[in-house]
Design a protein around this ligand. Structure first.
Ligand SMILES: *Cc1c(COP(=O)(O)O)cnc(C)c1O
Length: 395
């Protein structure tokens, strides 16, 4: 018993594993890459920026020549705002597809920008479907762009971006994708799915540390974006033009974060690229979900919609289950989990991304089993209400 309760710590540093969608558990090599200072104007750092941009573009596969990569200081939301402000003309209109907090944040961003949008709000987790998109676009000729969230990290759903793309281009509109928590682990090859712009950030599936994001856009869209942006610091065209001309970021770059990210990109390539990274995460998810289900936990989503990024579980109905205590006891065992974001029923989330493999996921399940026993929870089954909610997905 004592051995079972001994804290399980992440490699090298005695830290808990972050079972969260970023910041996440990074490798020792990624952390170590930050132990050096770089001059932002220096040739060495300019070379690092160039290398990073080329490596990110390479992940798009055939057809990448038509695109360019523009890194931008700030967290992921800064890039979403930069994308909306730079690629949607002031007289444009966006169809925002929301099924969680990140879609709603994009709509709120449009409010701040003062630009027109139509919000399709599917609630906590129902996916926006291609036929719905087609119908809205047919009824509203003013809509110029569609914004899709690739993996909606609030519930962990992997949205059907392929059918959304097909509906968007069949109606002659343009697609923008927030692939923040999917890019690097879920393919977004330009030969396979049509889009104009996507954004992601350093601290998600590439497994870097937080501090900047990046915009990957069709070059013709980058050129056309001149003069669109409401903001100096978020102007993607201006950042791109300056980087092309001087090789430098316009304002102070997060040098250490870039050095760490480059290390993370090299590890991503060595692992086998997007396919291998995705395979590890899918396996993490499958091992963890199978183990949690065996304990009686139920997932919010049916298997078809489960992403390899993060999984939402219903909180058990058992009155001895108190999330805050579950969280603390899991943390004592070396695992930081994530609260849920559903509005209707109580839930929590467990991430599958970061420097972890299936052996770690087995330990997570063991820690959950031990924690339930410590709390005196006899059944991890959710309340009937949660299952009724879930039945809506199948309908
Ligand atoms: C993480 C994330 C963001 C950006 O969040 P920040 O906290 O600003 O980094 C945006 N969209 C999605 C889907 C995300 O997962």
């Amino acid at each position: 018993m004592a051995a079972q309760n001994a804290p399980l710590k992440a490699p090298h540093l005695g830290e808990p594993y972050l079972l969260t969608p970023g910041p996440l558990t990074t490798s020792y090599e990624v952390k170590q890459a930050m132990l050096r200072d770089w001059g932002s104007w220096d040739d060495d750092f300019r070379g690092m920026t160039r290398d990073m941009r080329a490596r990110l573009l390479a992940l798009l596969g055939d057809g990448k020549e038509d695109f360019d990569c523009v890194p931008l200081q700030g967290s992921g939301s800064y890039c979403v705002e930069a994308m909306l402000g730079s690629f949607v003309p002031k007289d444009g209109k966006v169809l925002v597809l929301a099924n969680g907090a990140y879609g709603l944040r994009a709509a709120k961003t449009m409010d701040y920008l003062g630009r027109a949008y139509h919000l399709l709000d599917k609630g906590d987790y129902l996916p926006p479907r291609g036929d719905e998109v087609a119908q809205i676009l047919a009824n509203d000729p003013d809509i110029t762009h569609v914004l899709a969230i690739h993996c909606e990290t609030s519930s962990g759903i992997l949205n059907p971006v392929q059918e959304i793309s097909e509906a968007t281009y069949a109606a002659g509109r343009k697609l923008l994708i927030d692939s923040m928590s999917a890019f690097g682990a879920v393919e977004l090859k330009v030969a396979e799915i049509q889009y104009e712009v996507m954004v992601s950030s350093a601290n998600k599936c590439i497994e870097g540390v937080p501090g900047f994001g990046f915009v990957i856009a069709r070059k013709s869209e980058l050129e056309a974006a001149k003069g669109n942006c409401h903001s100096l610091s978020l102007d993607v065209h201006a950042q791109w033009a300056n980087m092309e001309k001087t090789g430098q970021w316009r304002f102070t770059p997060p040098t250490h974060v870039v050095a760490a990210f480059l290390e993370a990109l090299k590890a991503h390539e060595a692992e086998g690229g997007v396919a291998a990274r995705g395979a590890r995460y899918y396996n993490n998810r499958d091992v963890m979900v199978t183990g949690m289900r065996a304990l009686g936990f139920e997932t919010l989503l049916a298997d078809r919609w489960l992403s390899p990024i993060i999984v939402t579980f219903f909180c058990p109905a058992d009155e001895k289950f108190v999330f805050e205590r579950f969280y603390e006891l899991m943390k004592d065992k070396g695992f930081i989990i994530y609260p849920g974001k559903l509005t209707v029923v109580d839930s929590f989330r467990v991430g599958c991304i970061g420097q972890m493999d299936e052996s770690v996921m087995r330990l997570v399940v063991q820690a959950a089993a031990d924690t339930l026993a410590e709390m005196g929870v006899v059944s991890a089954a959710p309340p009937a209400r949660a299952l009724e909610e879930r039945a809506k997905l199948a309908a």
